[in-house]
Design a protein around this ligand. Structure first.
Ligand code: SAM
Length: 246
């Protein structure tokens, strides 16, 4: 064992000394993607599946996510909760929740640049998915507030006055790793038992899934899968245990 560690240290030294990135860089981007796909596959194999799970379906039908939301509302949500969406764009999913949930005590918070992705993701460039800077039309519903800018700038200030009293739904739909991880970690110690986290692109290995792994691994929060559609594209979890519960 000691010899293996010694050899690994030597190899690392040689890698840096001889600038071997010049050889490995062309495949270096591809290797982590395969690694995370493999991690996703093995994570799924050992994770207990919920009864609401359509795996395996041959095609992704995006509107299936609404049946996931309905399941969450029927089986896991109190009448009164706070809904926080990270990645609102033109408000398709956000408006669904506002129109579906009538309780006057619920609050809906939408976070986005509203000018598109702050960095490239997948085939999309920075600035794609833009809502032209405007907020979705929610018909003047006074339960709704929008926060414009990158989460990294808007969330810390928001959390200074946010009353962490009601059950929460965090809807992660920013797509990219950095944004998803940032938003999750801001809520890390504020999560309470029975809070819900929905991922809109959970099965994208290097982004939402990687953020999920890094977050749960760093905060020791136990999440239980409660529903999934489109081969785990849209996947929802409930907080089972958190060390931060008061
Ligand atoms: C896929 S779209 C959201 C789609 C929307 N939920 C729907 O159902 O139509 C992703 C959004 O995340 C936003 N986003 C990504 N990273 C962000 C960040 N760090 N701060 C703020 N918004 C971000 C983008 O501006 C984009 O509008």
């Amino acid at each position: 064992m000691k010899l293996a560690i010694k050899l690994a240290r030597k190899a690392k030294g040689y890698f840096l000394k001889f600038k071997l990135h010049k050889i490995f860089n062309p495949i270096a981007g591809f290797l982590p993607a395969v690694g995370y796909l493999s991690k996703l596959s093995s994570w799924l194999e050992k994770t207990q599946k919920p009864s609401f799970d359509d795996f395996y379906v041959p095609d992704r039908v995006y509107d299936r996510r609404y049946s996931l939301y309905e399941t969450i509302i029927s089986n896991h949500l109190n009448d009164r909760f706070d809904y926080l969406e990270f990645g609102v764009a033109a408000g398709v999913s956000f408006k669904w929740w506002v129109n579906r949930v009538k309780d006057p005590g619920c609050r809906f918070y939408g976070f986005d640049t509203f000018t598109g992705l702050p960095e490239a993701w997948n085939v999309f460039k920075a600035g794609d998915m833009s809502a032209d800077g405007s907020f979705p039309d929610v018909g003047g519903d006074s339960r709704v507030s929008f926060y414009k800018g990158v989460f990294q700038e808007t969330l810390p200030g928001f959390l200074e006055t946010f009353k962490n009293e009601n059950q929460k739904v965090l809807h992660m739909d920013a797509d990219i790793y950095s944004a998803t991880l940032f938003a999750l970690t801001q809520f890390g110690t504020r999560l309470r038992k029975n809070d819900i986290i929905i991922f809109d692109e959970f099965n994208v290995p290097m982004h939402e899934f990687r953020a999920f792994l890094d977050f749960t691994g760093s905060y020791y929060i136990k999440l239980k899968m409660i529903g999934a559609v489109n081969n785990y594209y849209q996947t929802a979890f409930i907080v089972e245990e958190t060390p931060y519960q008061k």
